[in-house]
Design a protein. Structure first.
Length: 148
């Protein structure tokens, strides 16, 4: 060891704030990295010295859209190009960001029930992990070409 102090675990990045600003909990894809903002910086406050922290892993609550029912362990994708008012998370389009996980809070679906029903929108917990930039098509190809 050369006496270098380590300040971070590697699951967060400190980055310049985008011109439009950021809000705490906002899902972002910046420079090939996906994560959630840990701060709010208004657009009018952004200058060349503005920085924020992007959290790259953990369990986050998101609104998701399901083409097929989303169950525990299902892959969840982020679609930065989703239309206004539409969930950017779902089971079929975009970049792989994590897996649906069981919600133990009161009112959550039972273990054997879908977390989000087919054709519906709903809140779910996603265990976000650090992945190379991967789309659904790339993940299917990597798994041998079989779409589940």
């Amino acid at each position: 060891m050369n006496g270098t102090k380590v300040f971070k675990t590697g699951s967060v990045l400190t980055l310049p704030v985008p011109a439009g600003g950021v809000t705490v909990g906002q899902a972002l894809e910046i420079g090939g990295h996906f994560g959630f903002s840990q701060a709010t910086v208004k657009a009018e406050d952004v200058d060349e010295t503005s920085i924020f922290t992007l959290d790259l892993s953990g369990v986050f609550e998101v609104e998701a859209s399901a083409t097929a029912a989303i169950n525990i362990g299902d892959a969840i994708y982020f679609n930065a190009l989703a239309g206004a008012g539409q969930p950017k998370f779902g089971d079929s389009a975009g970049r792989l960001v994590g897996y649906a996980t069981y919600d133990t809070r009161p009112g959550a679906p039972e273990v054997d029930e879908p977390l989000v029903a087919a054709g519906q929108k709903g809140l779910l917990l996603v265990n976000v992990q650090i992945f190379p930039k991967t789309t659904r098509a790339e993940a299917i190809e990597d798994a041998g070409g079989a779409d589940a």
